[in-house]
Write a protein that binds this ligand. Structure first.
Ligand code: OOG
Ligand code: NI
Length: 302
């Protein structure tokens, strides 16, 4: 498999993720339309996707160690590790094979740190997976990878189990239902026209258009070096069917916005490359962005 055809496969996988994500998160299309109507962009293709994110269960055959193989295959490189002690999560970010592709952020629930009951509930589902499903996948077949990322890894959960997990870990509840559905894509705001190229300004534009932003830790999350600023919508509620045909509204996915400021040595220059701006992620920002799917935030939607 040549590098060029690998990247073509990667593009196919990313297109599939975005297509299904747009179908279940109407905010995506609504934001793109609002940006076009405002004259910020002419076409959605102009938008730079800063990164995409996935959530996983830290159990045998699944978790980061399994899902990362998909992206490593296409030339992504694993970068920094992040720890979220209160949420019991681990995460890594991955840099893309070429800058035209988004970064990837994958987190994992440290299932072994939950209560015995929550662990039992999770394993009742995930134990259906008896070998690493990525090992059986032809990663050079974009259609197969797309199908894998959108097929259920375990049976439909019961609403009672979902509720019980949510009491202890809203992340666990999200993953038991949503699995590998794209958690968010991220609009880079620093390359947008003046007036909209900071998170502060972009947030004002979004709120004027009626979008609800995650307010955990403040609407604009700022890294200690001041160079990575992020915000996000609160997750869209989706109508979910549980075991036995029970239907309930639960948190689906959301949209994020990122401003990467120039590194000090490139400040004042224009037309900067990715390498000349703040790279990576920030645990303090991420900790609050996770809460975009938490009830305290989704309950704020109009
Ligand atoms: C990911 C939250 C962290 C970021 O950019 O720091 C994040 C999630 O909600 O799964 O996306
Ligand atoms: Ni993110």
């Amino acid at each position: 498999m040549s590098v060029a055809s690998k990247l073509e496969t990667l593009q196919g996988v990313l297109d599939g993720l975005m297509r299904r994500y747009k179908a279940r998160v109407p905010d995506v299309e609504a934001i793109l339309q609002a940006m076009t109507a405002e004259g910020i962009i002419r076409t959605p293709e102009e938008i730079e996707n800063d990164h995409i994110a996935f959530r996983t269960m830290g159990v045998p055959h699944l978790g980061i160690a399994s899902l990362e193989k998909v992206f490593l295959h296409y030339g992504y490189r694993r970068r920094d590790a992040y720890d979220f002690p209160a949420k019991k999560l681990d995460a890594y970010w991955y840099s893309p094979p070429e800058p035209r592709f988004p970064r990837v952020f994958i987190s994992e629930l440290r299932v072994g740190e939950l209560s015995p009951e929550a662990q039992r509930i999770i394993h009742a589902y995930t134990d259906e997976v008896t070998r690493d499903p990525v090992d059986a996948l032809d990663l050079d077949d974009a259609g197969a990878v797309d199908a894998f990322l959108h097929h259920p890894l375990w049976r439909l959960p019961s609403y009672a189990d979902y509720r019980r997990l949510a009491e202890e870990s809203e992340y666990a509840a999200w993953v038991i239902y949503n699995r590998y559905y794209l958690n968010h894509f991220t609009i880079s705001v620093h390359n947008l026209p003046e007036g909209y190229n900071t998170v502060e300004q972009f947030n004002a534009f979004l709120e004027a258009r009626g979008f609800t932003l995650n307010a955990a830790g403040g609407k604009a999350k700022r890294s200690p070096d001041g160079l990575l600023i992020q915000s996000s919508t609160v997750a869209e509620m989706i109508e979910a069917e549980f075991a036995g045909g029970e239907r309930h509204k639960i948190a689906g996915s959301y949209v994020e916005f990122a401003e990467r400021r120039p590194l000090p040595e490139f400040a004042g220059q224009t037309e900067l490359t990715r390498e000349q701006r703040r790279e990576g992620f920030e645990a303090g920002n991420a900790d609050k962005i996770f809460e975009s799917t938490y009830a305290a935030q989704t309950g704020r939607r109009g």
